[in-house]
Structures are given as structure tokens and as C-alpha cells.
Design a protein around this ligand. Structure first.
Ligand SMILES: O=C(O)CCC(=O)C(=O)O
Length: 236
């Protein structure tokens, strides 16, 4: 495992006091972590609203040919008319931003923190304690384009977010290229980085992170409380 070197930099706006840590993963991939994007009391207000009002479901998904109950609750929100999202054989219903007005305020806060961003879809996850998790995967669905920017907001219980490099395989011309699809838990090749995602924090994956890296939120016996995660994405 490599030693994680964090570079603290300020935002693009000189008046912006938000501390950003940028981790250069190499080969055009990087991660930005803003530990205190949303003040704690505002984050709790949004947490309680979403916990109560979002129509959470726990769908059956298919991974490596087997059916599983997804190990966390989920909900999908998107601007009308976009290509529909399908992952692990599951196509979530797309609710609209207007159905849950605080989502528009959260989206505004994320857009303000990331100048130039224009997210139009949102996948929400709710982890009801440390047994809920998301396994190793990358968000490399075609509808997000080749270099998606994905911004992930955490509300509630802190959890670890782990990034691991995809194993390289030799292509027919002899050059190394990353394996593209979802990988089995336990496979390992190369660097690994862990971020402790705090209440009110924002983690942003950029560049080729989805092509070259996989990520997970592993089970954690000590994480007893609920965590709500919002991942903002742009569908092209
Ligand atoms: O909960 C998180 O921080 C990650 C969620 C995630 O990986 C996903 O929705 O694809």
C-alpha cells in the first residue's frame, strides 16, 4: 500500500476558505477531498430530511451471475429525458429534483464548491450501520462519458472510502491497460488509498479514476449509526 501524500490547497476562488486536499493518483486520475463543505448543523438538517422523506428501496441486484439483496438502501434522482441508468441488472426509477426540494439546495452547494460542474443526476445511498456496504466497483457506465467527475457528499456516520488500482492486463500489442470491469473483492494490484469520509464532507473523483481505479465502502463493525451518501454525476 502506498503512503498517501495529501496536498492542501485552497479553492479556485481566492476568497474560498474551504480546505481542499488533492491526491494525484497518477496517469490523469485524481481525487479532491473537502472535509468541511457543509456546516454540521445544516448537514444534520439535510440528513434528517432525507432519512425521513426519500423513498428508500433495497433492490435485488445481479453480480457475477448471482442475485443479491443490495447491501444498502438506495434512490435515484435525475433530470427528465436523460439516458436511463442501469447497474448490476437493476434499473432504478428516476425521481425528479422537484420531488425533494432540499436536494436542489444541496446540488447548488456542490456546484458552488466545484466551479464548472453541471451535475444532472444523483444516486443516494443509505447505510444503516456497519454491516451495510458497497463492494469494489467503478462508476464507468458509458452514460457518464470517458472522464466523469463524480462528487460524493457524506451525511451522518463517518465511514472509510477505499480506492484501489485496477489490475493491469497485457493487451494484444503488449502494452499495459487497466481491466475495465467490476472486480472480485480481494483482488489486489498496486496502490490503495483510504479516506475517512466525515459528516458534511465532499469527495470528488476526477479524470481517469473510474477507468483505472475501483472503490468501495467496506463493512465496519464499529460504524453503528446511519450514513447517507449522495453521489452527483453528469449523464451525457
Ligand atoms: O457511499 C459512498 O461513499 C460510495 C457510493 C458509491 O460508490 C456509489 O454509489 O457508486
Amino acid at each position: 500500500m502506498s503512503v498517501l501524500k495529501l496536498k492542501a490547497v485552497s479553492g479556485e476562488n481566492p476568497n474560498d476558505t474551504l480546505k481542499r486536499e488533492t491526491v494525484n493518483l497518477g496517469n490523469g486520475s485524481d481525487v479532491v477531498y473537502i472535509q468541511r463543505l457543509i456546516p454540521s448543523d445544516q448537514s444534520w438538517k439535510w440528513f434528517h430530511y432525507l432519512d425521513k422523506h426519500i423513498p428508500w428501496t433495497r433492490p435485488t441486484i445481479r453480480v457475477f451471475g448471482k442475485s443479491f439483496l443490495q447491501p444498502r438502501d438506495t434512490c435515484y434522482v435525475a433530470t427528465p429525458g436523460l439516458t436511463e441508468l442501469t447497474y448490476s441488472g437493476y434499473q432504478p426509477h428516476a425521481y425528479s429534483w422537484e420531488d425533494y426540494p432540499p436536494l436542489k439546495d444541496i446540488l447548488d452547494a456542490v456546484h458552488k464548491a466545484l466551479p464548472g460542474s453541471s451535475f444532472n443526476s444523483l444516486l443516494l445511498n443509505r447505510y444503516n450501520g456497519g454491516n451495510d456496504y458497497v463492494g469494489w466497483h467503478s462508476d464507468d457506465e458509458k452514460l457518464y462519458g470517458p472522464m466523469p467527475e463524480i462528487a460524493s457528499l457524506t451525511l451522518g456516520c463517518e465511514r472509510d472510502f477505499v480506492l484501489k488500482k485496477k489490475p493491469c492486463k497485457k493487451s494484444s500489442d503488449g502494452s499495459d491497460e487497466p481491466a475495465r470491469k467490476r472486480l472480485k473483492k480481494g483482488s489486489h494490484d498496486g496502490d490503495q488509498h483510504t479516506f475517512r469520509l466525515r459528516h458534511g464532507s465532499l469527495l470528488v473523483m476526477r479524470g481517469y479514476t473510474q477507468r483505472d481505479w475501483i472503490h468501495s465502502v467496506p463493512k465496519r463493525a464499529k460504524a453503528e449509526a446511519t450514513r447517507i451518501n449522495l453521489t452527483f454525476r453528469k449523464v451525457f
